[in-house]
Design a binder for this molecule. Structure first.
Ligand SMILES: *[C@@H]1O[C@H](CO)[C@@H](O)[C@H](O)[C@H]1NC(C)=O
Ligand SMILES: *[C@@H]1O[C@H](CO)[C@@H](O)[C@H](O)[C@H]1NC(C)=O
Ligand SMILES: *[C@@H]1O[C@H](CO)[C@@H](O)[C@H](O)[C@H]1NC(C)=O
Ligand SMILES: *[C@@H]1O[C@H](CO)[C@@H](O)[C@H](O)[C@H]1NC(C)=O
Ligand SMILES: *[C@@H]1O[C@H](CO)[C@@H](O)[C@H](O)[C@H]1NC(C)=O
Ligand SMILES: *[C@@H]1O[C@H](CO)[C@@H](O)[C@H](O)[C@H]1NC(C)=O
Ligand SMILES: *[C@@H]1O[C@H](CO)[C@@H](O)[C@H](O)[C@H]1NC(C)=O
Ligand SMILES: *[C@@H]1O[C@H](CO)[C@@H](O)[C@H](O)[C@H]1NC(C)=O
Ligand SMILES: *[C@@H]1O[C@H](CO)[C@@H](O)[C@H](O)[C@H]1NC(C)=O
Ligand SMILES: *[C@@H]1O[C@H](CO)[C@@H](O)[C@H](O)[C@H]1NC(C)=O
Ligand SMILES: *[C@@H]1O[C@H](CO)[C@@H](O)[C@H](O)[C@H]1NC(C)=O
Ligand SMILES: *[C@@H]1O[C@H](CO)[C@@H](O)[C@H](O)[C@H]1NC(C)=O
Length: 274
């Protein structure tokens, strides 16, 4: 698998994402959100049954929705006429769907693990047999969905890459925290001499160290992180992108949580080519 190529495209996409990330309402992301909202409104207004249900038969409300939908439809038409924008929205949507699917896989796996372990079941559900049976039934219903999701190689590759990126990012955070805990100046500044708070923070740093050690003992992951940061450095040194204020790799390479929206998006594109 061309993991390096994957990350290159991922970073390239992050550039777009970071430059684009502005709350002025004109970013591609927010334009896509606007389109989706307006589309929902127009669809609702066109479905009398749904509309009446939603408005509880209140004709004032129904007329309001219809009038808003009529207003929106002009803007919607002009926005959806932009093929570039619509293409970008499709990519963003596909990415969001994939992230959601990765989350589903994790959730269901966790659920199955609980359902298969009586100790965990009893702990979680307070030894309540009714609740336990319900939970087991639900888990069994989800099993088919899990099999389905896991059989999609594109998706599982995407989820693994996403997890790698998240782990690489989290290592940076852990290292920072650990460094701070052993820096008396920083501790004094942060806790204003409150040793109780400082000790608590040090305990947290010790936990972070354990986590970090576990991650760093994985040489596969370390190799991935290293190629990832090399790619970042290369990208960071090209001083030729339009807006230099947003140009530091740290900003461009957003942490996974919110990131990726546009970031991993193109990764999906790359995944299809692997
Ligand atoms: C983000 O928004 C602010 C405030 O509207 C604006 O001044 C700034 O130029 C924008 N930045 C980018 C990168 O678009
Ligand atoms: C209208 O909404 C109802 C209820 O939500 C749905 O069952 C029906 O399929 C919709 N009709 C159309 C044409 O979309
Ligand atoms: C119908 O909706 C309007 C606007 O939302 C509201 O002001 C009014 O009280 C509603 N009428 C009834 C009968 O609920
Ligand atoms: C279409 O959308 C793209 C991406 O948001 C934008 O850069 C471009 O200016 C838009 N084109 C028109 C004609 O509005
Ligand atoms: C597999 O997952 C990818 C990425 O989430 C998705 O685009 C594709 O539709 C899925 N394929 C199937 C057969 O579900
Ligand atoms: C079941 O869960 C308990 C508590 O989380 C754990 O200690 C135990 O090892 C698990 N048993 C199996 C068979 O996984
Ligand atoms: C067990 O859970 C069920 C369903 O939530 C509830 O109705 C019942 O009261 C619970 N039983 C006990 C002993 O708590
Ligand atoms: C310790 O923290 C201070 C204040 O945050 C910082 O200026 C200093 O460079 C740090 N020292 C080390 C060795 O990292
Ligand atoms: C230190 O912080 C703890 C809470 O974390 C607080 O209870 C205590 O009063 C603080 N001590 C001083 C000297 O401010
Ligand atoms: C090490 O990391 C790779 C991903 O980079 C992962 O596939 C593998 O399961 C990890 N190994 C262990 C022992 O956690
Ligand atoms: C910026 O680009 C120019 C021309 O390619 C190059 O000579 C210069 O070293 C670059 N500066 C940095 C900081 O990368
Ligand atoms: C910046 O990029 C443009 C177009 O990609 C290129 O023509 C130009 O030579 C580049 N300038 C520098 C300083 O790298």
């Amino acid at each position: 698998m061309q993991i390096a190529a994957l990350f290159v495209s991922l970073l390239a996409a992050s550039v777009v994402s970071a430059k684009d990330d502005n709350s002025t309402g004109t970013s591609v992301k927010s334009q896509c959100r606007t389109i989706a909202k307006m589309q929902n409104l127009v669809d609702l207004a066109a479905n009398q049954t749904k509309l009446e249900n939603k408005a509880d038969g209140n004709t004032t409300k129904i007329d309001e929705v219809k009038s808003k939908a009529a207003d929106a439809s002009t803007q919607l038409t002009s926005m959806t006429a932009n093929a570039t924008l619509m293409g970008e929205c499709a990519v963003i949507q596909a990415h969001q769907d994939s992230v959601q699917a990765c989350g589903d896989i994790q959730k269901i796996e966790k659920m199955m693990a609980i359902a298969a372990n009586d100790t965990k079941l009893n702990n979680k559900l307070d030894n309540n047999a009714t609740k336990i049976d319900e939970f087991k039934a639900k888990a069994s219903d989800m099993a088919a969905k899990l099999t389905d999701l896991q059989s999609n190689g594109t998706l599982t590759t995407f989820c693994a890459a996403q997890r790698d990126v998240e782990n690489c990012e989290s290592m940076k955070g852990l290292q920072k925290l650990i460094a701070k805990a052993s820096n008396q100046t920083a501790l004094d500044a942060k806790f204003e001499g409150n040793t109780t708070k400082a000790e608590k923070f040090k305990a947290k740093a010790a936990e972070a160290q354990t986590k970090l050690d576990a991650l760093m003992s994985n040489s596969t992951l370390m190799a991935t992180c290293s190629s990832l940061s090399q790619t970042q450095t290369q990208q960071g040194s090209t001083n030729n992108t339009s807006d230099s204020s947003n140009n530091s790799p740290a900003i461009r390479f957003q942490p996974a949580g919110q990131m990726a929206i546009t970031g991993l998006v193109v990764a999906i594109g790359a995944l299809f080519m692997i």
